[in-house]
Design a protein around this ligand. Structure first.
Ligand code: ZN
Length: 457
């Protein structure tokens, strides 16, 4: 197909890889790929005129979809010191109540919410595999297939990461009863990946995998999976989220979690270290130099009281990062990026921590998270460019703050000062999924989701 026969969008302002441009025509072929991007154009009557400035969709690099159903239900103070570990008990209660239909309904609702928040792709870190007593479903991939269907219903792009989980703590501790729905041995896990490879291909999803954490697998188990898996997609792992994990890792190995990971696993650009909250300055530099992406989830990390990622030092060392919504107490690009910057400000009692002198903070962290997120998802080069997929967010040009803004002010207004309704339209792979703030299957998706919420009350 030639550019002249392609569908052409016209935007008065667009954020391109070269920066903000005006009067931009974006031509898209029937496969949803961008075949031309031209600035300084005049709109033609055939063009589809966009109703505000255009930016690329962001990757949400860390999600446990089912946890969206319990977001807001763990906010009642307990009798002792509430922590990540008491929250985890509430999460295990939710695991015990949801079946495959529920997981699909929660996923579809969550993914629509993510689209509305400006995300065009989600990386699903999927560990809820089996029935409550640990018995696999008739198809051991049942829960993964429901995630694939939820993504297709919503239209969000998906990178699916089945999670290997076998242990309760360092040193190969036997798993607890509440962990039975998560468990595999390496052979069964490799068989799951084999089963999912064609399913993901048919669904247009990217397949990678995850090791839940250093607590959840022995070095031998991790070695078998890394050596034997034919999957070439991304590898993710939770690491150093909690001080107790650091203490337990030191007791087990004499090393801290990030230090152990970098010394014992082939960590490179294929890897994403989720959280990496608790690092020494030396670990921070080493992780930055490894080429891995740090997967930051600022709203969840704040909600769980995890701590503050050393982002200033990590970026100074050239580190890459992206953002994820993890437990989904927030579901938007703006909330995650805002909290990322604010955590640094609160710790340092200073402003504008993550941008160089004179640079826009919004633009700096948006660009960095866009690149890191795409890498962590095993997706292609992000952004609005020829050869890429048309994954676009149209911000609401009728919003007076957006209407009066130009260039990087648009990002700074959106990310730091405006609400969730700033995203007007979202296109994924050339198809509009959100139009004027609505998804066309929203009523059915909401109805199915409401049934799940009533069950969890
Ligand atoms: Zn997580």
């Amino acid at each position: 197909m030639t550019a002249s026969s392609a569908h052409r969008l016209f935007a008065e302002q667009a954020l391109l890889p070269t920066g903000w441009s005006e009067n931009v025509a974006i031509s898209i072929d029937q496969a949803g790929s961008i075949v031309a991007v031209e600035a300084g154009q005049l709109a033609t009557p055939e063009d589809e005129r966009l109703c505000g400035p255009v930016v690329p969709t962001m990757t949400n690099l860390h999600s446990h979809a089912f946890q969206r159903a319990m977001a807001g239900l763990a906010e009642v103070a307990g009798t002792g010191d509430d922590s990540f570990w008491t929250w985890r008990e509430e999460m295990y209660r939710t695991v015990g109540l949801v079946d495959p239909d529920d997981v699909e309904a929660i996923g579809a609702k969550l993914y629509v919410e993510m689209l509305k928040g400006g995300f065009g792709r989600v990386v699903e870190f999927h560990y809820l595999h089996h029935q409550l007593d640990g018995t696999p479903y008739a198809d051991p991939a049942e829960m993964s297939l429901r995630i694939l269907r939820a993504a297709q219903t919503s239209g969000i792009g998906l990178t699916h990461l089945p999670v290997f989980y076998a242990r309760a703590n360092f040193g190969g501790a036997a798993p607890k009863a509440g962990q039975r729905p998560f468990l595999h041995d390496p052979d069964r896990f490799l068989a799951l990946l084999d089963r999912l490879s064609p399913a993901c291909e048919a669904a247009g999803a990217t397949l990678g995998y995850a090791i839940h954490s250093l607590r959840a697998a022995t070095p031998e188990e991790m070695g078998v999976i890394l050596e034997s898996s034919p999957v070439t997609g991304p590898i993710h792992i939770h690491v150093a989220e909690q001080p107790r994990e650091v203490k337990d890792c030191l007791a087990w190995s004499g090393q801290r979690p990030v230090e152990w990971l970098l010394d014992n696993m082939p960590v490179d650009e294929r890897w994403c270290a989720i959280h990496a909250t608790h690092m020494t300055p030396g670990e921070t530099r080493r992780l930055a130099h490894s080429g891995a992406v740090a997967g930051l989830c600022p709203a969840t990390e704040a909600n769980l009281g995890d701590g503050i990622f050393p982002a200033v030092d990590y970026l100074a060392a050239g580190g890459r990062f992206g953002v994820g919504t993890d437990s989904h107490v927030a579901t938007s690009v703006a909330e995650e990026l805002r909290l990322l910057e604010y955590g640094q400000r609160l710790r340092d009692r200073r402003r504008n921590r993550l941008a160089a002198s004179g640079a826009s903070v919004g633009r700096t962290i948006f660009d960095a998270a866009l690149a890191g997120g795409a890498r962590a998802a095993g997706a292609g080069e992000p952004g609005i460019h020829v050869g890429g997929k048309a994954d676009l967010v149209v911000l609401d040009g009728a919003n007076p703050y957006i209407a009066a803004a130009g260039g990087n002010q648009i990002l700074d207004r959106w990310l730091f000062a405006l609400g969730g309704d700033t995203v007007r339209d979202v296109m994924v792979a050339g198809e509009w999924k959100i139009r004027n703030g609505r998804h066309d299957r929203e009523e059915d998706i909401d109805r199915a989701f409401a049934r799940v919420l009533n069950k969890l009350k």
